[in-house]
Design a protein around this ligand. Structure first.
Ligand SMILES: Nc1ncnc2c1ncn2[C@@H]1O[C@H](COP(=O)(O)OP(=O)(O)OP(=O)(O)O)[C@@H](O)[C@H]1O
Length: 655
C-alpha cells in the first residue's frame, strides 16, 4: 500500500461490515482520519469502538502492527482495545505497541537510558519511593540550617510542585505561584532540594514517574538521529483520552509522529479532569487550531437513556467545544434529585434506593456511588457496613503500594539494581535492631565495596556481624537464586523471613499473608525479575482477587468521580452535590470552577439507566463544621443549573 503523508494513494480496503458496525460519524472518523486528526468523542459515543476499528482499518490496509503505536490512559484500556481489534480482524497483532505513556517511555528508556547517564536496569520509583528519596534530599539540604529548616515545605509538598513543573513545562517559580503561591519565599530552598533529589536519583540509578516522560522527551529532542529512527517506525500514532494529556506528553507524541505525520488524537474536552496533574484540556483546543488538522465529532450517545442524555446536554461544561449529544436508547426514567437534611439522612436515602433496586432484580455490581472526595463517603460506608451491603472502594491505595507488598518488592529491587538505596534501607529496617543510621551505613559500605569491584556475595560476608547476620544470610540465599523466576524469589523471601515478620508485626497478618501469596501467584507468569518489577510499578491497579475463584463478587462500587473515568453502571448515585463538597470548596474559593463542571459532567455521564443526585438542604454535608451559609448563597450550586423539566425532585427525611 502506497502512502503519502498519511493519505492512501490507491483505493483503501474497507470491509463491508464496517458500515454495519459503525454509525455515520464513527465511520467517517475511522476512514478519513489521517495526517493530523482530532476526533472529539462525546461520552458514551463509542470512542473505544472508533479506535478499535481505526486500528483494524490500518491493518486491513497493510500497515504492519509494529508500525502502529497506541497510547492510552490506562493499561487496561490498551489491553481491551487490542483484544477487540483481534476479534474484529481475526489476526494476531504481534509487535504492536500499546500502553500508557509511562509504559512506552519505559520501553524506550530501557534501550537508550545510557545516553542520558543511567544504566538500563534503572529502578522506577513509585510515589512512596519518591517521597522517601525526597525526604533524604530535604534532610541533607536542611542539615545545617537550624530552626529555619522546620519551615521549609515537607517532601510531599515539594514533590507536588516539581511534578507540576515537570508535567506542564513551567518554571519552578510559575509552578509555585500557580499551585502554592504562599510558598514562594521558599523558592530557592525548593530549587536546591530539587537539584539534590535529581542527583540522588542518578546516584541510585532510579527514575520517578515524571522522569520517564521527561527523559524520553529530552532524548527525542536532543538526538535527531534517534528521533528519526524511532518516529520512522511509527507510521500511525493514536492517542486516546487526549483531553488528559499534559504538555510533555503532547511534545512526545508530536515527536513520535514527526516522520510520518500521522497523529490521531481521540478525546472529549468536556471530560478533562486531571489539571492538578498538569493535564491541559487546552491541548484539544490548541490542536484544533493548528493548520491542517482534520476535525471529527462523534455525538451519538449509546450508553444512557434519552432522559439522562437530556440532562447531559444541559450540563455541558461552559468552556467546551460546541457539542450536542443525540440519544439512541429508548425512553425510561428522568434523573432524580433528592434533597435530605444532612449526610446521615443522605445515607438513609441511599440505602433506600439500593434496597429498592435489589428488590427490582438489579445486582449490586450494577450500582455505583460517586462523590467528589473520599471523605464524603465516610458516613455512608458505616451505614453500608451496618446493613451488611457489600461494596468495594475503587480509588483506594494501590495494591503494590501497601506496606507488605512494598517490602517484598524491595528485596527484588535490590537484587535487580544494587544501587537502589531506598529499597536497601527499607529491607534492612525490617530486621530487629536496625534503624535508619545502621541501614545507611551498611548501604554505603555495600556501594563503596561494589565500586571496588568486589563480588556482592563477598561483600555480604564481609559486612555480616552480630547485628546484621540474619539480613546477610537471607540476602546471600536469595542472591544466589537471583536469576530464578521471580515467584521462586518471592516464596523464598516469604517462607524464610517475611511470614514470621508479618505474624509478629501486623494485627491483620492473615490477610496480608494472603495478599503475598496472591502476589506470588501473579508473579508466576513472569520468567524475569526485571520485567516483573517494571510491570508492577507501571500498572495502575492489580486485580488482587485469586484468579481461580472466578466468581465476580457482587458488590456496589464506591468511588471518587476521578476513579469513575471511562466506566459505566446501570444505576449511578451521586452524593453530596453541595456547593463546598461538589463543587469542591477550594475550587469555589479559587474561582476555578471549570474543572468542577467537567467533573460533574463525567459523573452524570456514567449512568446507563438511572441517575440519582443527592444534596443537603443545609448546604453542605456537615453543616456544623463549615460555614455553609456562604456556600448556600453562592452561585455554585450544580443543582440550580439543572432545568426543572429535566428531572424529578424529591425531599426525604425529617423536613
Ligand atoms: N455504533 C454503535 N452501535 C451500537 N452500540 C454502540 C456503537 N458504538 C458504541 N456503542 C456502545 O456504546 C457504549 C459506549 O461506548 P464506549 O464505552 O466506547 O464509550 P466512550 O465513548 O468510551 O465513553 P466515555 O468517554 O464516556 O467513557 C458501549 O456499550 C458500546 O458498545
Amino acid at each position: 500500500m502506497l502512502e503519502n503523508e498519511g493519505v492512501f494513494e490507491i483505493q483503501p480496503k474497507i470491509p463491508a461490515f464496517f458500515k454495519e458496525e459503525l454509525d455515520e460519524e464513527q465511520y467517517e472518523s475511522v476512514i478519513k482520519s489521517n495526517g493530523k486528526s482530532l476526533i472529539i468523542a462525546g461520552p458514551g459515543s463509542g470512542k473505544t469502538r472508533v479506535i478499535t476499528y481505526k486500528i483494524a482499518y490500518l491493518i486491513y490496509n497493510d500497515i504492519k502492527p509494529e508500525n502502529i503505536l497506541l497510547l492510552t490512559f490506562t493499561r487496561a484500556a490498551a489491553k481491551q482495545m487490542i483484544e477487540r481489534v483481534k476479534n474484529v480482524t481475526n489476526m494476531e497483532l504481534n509487535g504492536m505497541m500499546a500502553g500508557t505513556f509511562h509504559h512506552f517511555c519505559n520501553y524506550i528508556l530501557r534501550v537508550y537510558a545510557s545516553k542520558i547517564g543511567f544504566n538500563n536496569n534503572f529502578t522506577i520509583l513509585d510515589s512512596e519511593d519518591s517521597k522517601d528519596l525526597m525526604k533524604i534530599a530535604r534532610n541533607e539540604y536542611c542539615e545545617k540550617l537550624g530552626d529555619y529548616a522546620k519551615k521549609i515545605p515537607k517532601e510531599n509538598v515539594i514533590l507536588k510542585i516539581i511534578s507540576y513543573s515537570s508535567n506542564t513545562l513551567k518554571s519552578l517559580r510559575e509552578s509555585i505561584l500557580e499551585i502554592s503561591s504562599f510558598l514562594i519565599e521558599y523558592e530557592n530552598d525548593i530549587e536546591q532540594i530539587w537539584i539534590k533529589y535529581q542527583e540522588l536519583k542518578k546516584e541510585i540509578n532510579a527514575m520517578d514517574y515524571d522522569d520517564l516522560l521527561i527523559n524520553t522527551a529530552m532524548l527525542l529532542k536532543s538526538d535527531k538521529e534517534l528521533l528519526k529512527y524511532i518516529s520512522k517506525r511509527y507510521r500511525y500514532v493514536l492517542v486516546d483520552e487526549f483531553q488528559d494529556t499534559n504538555k510533555i506528553q503532547l511534545e512526545i507524541v508530536e515527536a513520535l509522529s514527526d516522520y510520518h505525520k500521522n497523529l490521531i488524537a481521540v478525546g472529549d474536552d468536556s471530560q478533562s479532569i486531571y489539571s492538578f496533574r498538569g493535564a491541559r484540556f487546552e491541548n484539544i483546543k490548541d490542536f484544533m487550531d493548528e493548520k491542517n488538522v482534520k476535525l471529527f465529532k462523534i455525538q451519538t450517545n449509546y450508553r444512557s437513556t434519552p432522559e439522562i442524555v437530556n440532562l447531559i446536554n444541559d450540563m455541558i461544561p461552559t468552556s467546551s467545544v460546541k457539542k450536542h449529544l443525540n440519544a439512541k436508547r429508548k425512553p425510561y426514567l428522568k434523573p432524580t434529585i433528592i434533597e435530605t437534611f444532612d449526610d446521615l439522612e443522605q445515607s438513609e436515602a441511599v440505602i433506600k434506593i439500593i434496597d429498592e433496586k435489589i428488590e427490582e432484580g438489579i445486582e449490586y455490581n450494577d450500582i455505583a456511588i460517586l462523590y467528589r472526595s473520599h471523605a464524603l463517603s465516610m458516613s455512608l460506608q458505616q451505614k453500608l457496613d451496618s446493613k451488611l451491603i457489600p461494596y468495594k472502594l475503587l480509588s483506594g491505595k494501590r495494591f503494590i503500594e501497601t506496606r507488605h507488598i512494598k517490602d517484598i518488592l524491595s528485596f527484588l529491587k535490590i537484587l535487580y539494581n544494587p544501587y537502589d538505596k531506598i529499597s536497601w534501607i527499607r529491607v534492612m529496617k525490617l530486621f530487629p535492631g536496625i534503624g535508619t543510621k545502621t541501614a545507611v551505613r551498611n548501604y554505603e559500605s555495600i556501594i563503596s565495596n561494589l565500586s571496588e569491584g568486589i563480588n556482592i556475595l563477598d561483600i555480604f560476608d564481609k559486612l555480616s556481624n552480630k547485628k546484621t547476620k540474619d539480613i546477610y544470610e537471607l540476602l546471600t540465599k536469595i542472591y544466589k537464586k537471583r536469576d530464578d523466576k521471580p515467584q521462586n524469589l518471592i516464596n523464598e523471601i516469604y517462607e524464610n523471613f517475611y511470614k514470621e515478620y508479618s505474624n509478629l508485626n501486623y494485627k491483620n497478618s492473615r490477610s496480608r499473608n494472603m495478599d503475598i501469596e496472591r502476589f506470588s501467584e501473579i508473579s508466576s507468569k513472569y520468567e524475569n525479575t526485571g520485567k516483573f518489577l517494571e510491570d508492577m510499578t507501571l500498572s495502575e491497579n492489580i486485580e488482587v482477587r485469586p484468579s481461580d475463584k472466578n466468581d465476580k463478587k457482587d458488590e456496589i462500587t464506591l468511588t471518587t468521580v476521578h476513579g469513575s473515568k471511562g466506566l459505566e453502571w446501570k444505576v449511578v448515585i451521586i452524593i453530596s452535590a453541595n456547593p463546598g463538597d461538589f463543587p469542591n470548596g477550594m475550587a469555589i474559593k479559587e474561582k476555578n470552577l471549570d474543572e468542577e463542571e467537567r467533573l460533574f459532567y463525567v459523573a452524570i455521564t456514567r449512568a446507563k439507566d438511572e441517575l440519582y443526585i443527592l444534596k443537603q438542604t443545609t448546604g453542605s454535608t456537615n453543616p456544623y463544621l463549615r460555614n455553609s451559609f456562604v456556600f448556600i448563597k453562592s452561585e455554585n450550586d450544580f443543582i440550580k443549573k439543572i432545568s426543572e423539566d429535566k428531572v424529578n425532585k424529591m425531599r426525604v427525611g425529617y423536613l
